[in-house]
Write a protein that binds this ligand. Structure first.
Ligand SMILES: Cc1cc2nc3c(=O)[nH]c(=O)nc-3n(C[C@H](O)[C@H](O)[C@H](O)COP(=O)(O)OP(=O)(O)OC[C@H]3O[C@@H](n4cnc5c(N)ncnc54)[C@H](O)[C@@H]3O)c2cc1C
Ligand code: SF4
Length: 350
């Protein structure tokens, strides 16, 4: 269905008319409000198009696996009316290493990362993380930049036809507080917003633990400063495009692990995940699926920094990781899973 949507949005539906599934789309097609789809030829052009069509909430489209789902389901109160395709900009998909820094083009697909010999050799945790995301079909379309920019997967937020105009959309309250908050919700409080959705991007958490940076057409943003508690979940400006993800490659003796807990093994977002990187003896730890941002575990990391790993120390770090947890009415189970994932990640490479 996702491939089908891309054909439709790009105005090529007529080419596929003979296919039996096209009939399924007829109703939806009439309701789409897309006004324009532009193939940018350069990054400058992409920036100009995004800026010129700000009043139509123009958005970058990469693989389209997240954005088109939101548009198709009419989940957003005011959807983008203009899409700016950047796959037509050359040079944005390669993976290379320069002076010990891995540079991954924004359009590198998750399948490219999963199969890249360079990534496997210099940062295997990233290839392993990519391999655990979604399905081969999705990984063949989804890009690394889209992966860290994907919107929240709260079922109230994503309900069709903007059924719940919740706090994240500018409404007054969050239906998840009194509603069903078992799965994709936070267990840590957020000071400055009423949204309890959790960040469920596997890549975001792995890149967080790796201490990556996000290079854009305007600046280079350390990953800790990239995410935002308010929609759309990141700090990019309207006309800003991600061009590259940069991260220091791992050296021999460095250790790294990404662990993901989900209900199914395939095609499932993480309900809780943990990323662990020990580089030159310095530890970085982060959790996913438990907070609106990737949740940085500085205190747990300090606890294990420079020490030989033991079961007892890993247990203490796991306890420290969830010490400030304040779960919602139905998701206290996540506290124990988060504690266990941290402990297992630390012990896995000991
Ligand atoms: C069936 C299914 C299962 C999934 N399972 C998982 C999972 O297990 N784990 C997980 O982490 N994710 C999962 N996902 C989400 C998936 O990883 C994302 O949909 C995908 O990575 C988004 O990438 P994209 O290139 O398709 O982005 P798009 O859909 O094209 O864009 C998504 C967002 O990113 C913005 N964007 C994209 N590229 C840029 C750029 N270069 N600069 C600025 N903004 C940009 C777009 O404007 C948009 O807001 C799943 C998705 C599906 C459909
Ligand atoms: S958790 Fe956030 S996205 Fe979900 S309903 Fe509440 S405010 Fe909306």
């Amino acid at each position: 269905m996702e491939q089908l949507d891309i054909l439709k949005v790009q105005g090529k539906l007529h080419e596929a008319k003979a296919e039996p599934w096209v009939a399924l789309l007829e109703g939806i097609q009439d309701e789409l409000t897309l006004d324009g789809h532009f193939d940018a030829r350069t990054l400058d052009e992409a920036g100009h198009l995004l800026s010129a069509h700000e009043h139509k909430r123009a958005k970058v489209i990469a693989g389209g696996t997240d954005l088109l789902r939101l548009i198709k389901r009419q989940s957003l109160p005011v959807p983008p009316e203009v899409l700016v395709n950047i796959k037509s900009v050359p040079g944005l998909s390669g993976v290379r290493e320069e002076n010990g820094v891995l540079k991954i083009g924004a359009l590198a697909r998750l399948s490219d990362i999963e199969s890249s010999e360079l990534v496997r050799a210099r940062c295997a945790i990233l290839a392993d993380t990519a391999a655990r995301i979604a399905s081969p079909q999705v990984r063949n379309m989804a890009t690394i930049a889209g992966s860290i920019c994907q919107d929240v997967h709260c079922w109230y937020y994503r309900a069709t036809k903007n059924y719940f105009n919740c706090a994240r959309k500018g409404g007054t309250d969050c239906p998840a507080v009194k509603g069903d908050n078992r799965w994709m919700f936070s267990i840590f409080e957020t000071q400055d917003c009423d949204c309890h959705a959790a960040c469920q991007s596997d890549m975001a958490v792995a890149l967080y633990a790796l201490g990556a940076s996000v290079k854009t057409t305007q600046r280079t943003i350390p990953i800790e400063q990239f995410f935002s508690t308010t929609a759309p979940g990141h700090v990019l400006k309207q006309d800003e495009v991600i061009t590259e993800i940069q991260l220091p490659a791992l050296e021999s003796g460095d250790r790294a692990k990404y662990l993901k807990f989900s209900v199914r093994n395939a095609i499932d977002h993480p309900l809780v995940s943990a990323g662990y990187v020990a580089r030159g003896g310095k530890v970085r730890l982060a959790l996913g699926g438990v907070h609106i941002l990737p949740y940085s575990l500085n205190e747990a990391a300090e606890l294990v920094d420079g020490k030989a790993m033991t079961g007892e120390l890993a247990q203490k770090a796991g306890d420290a990781a969830v010490a400030k947890a304040s779960p919602m009415s139905m998701n206290a189970w996540k506290v124990q899973v988060a504690r266990t994932l941290v402990k297992r990640a630390l012990l896995s490479t000991a």
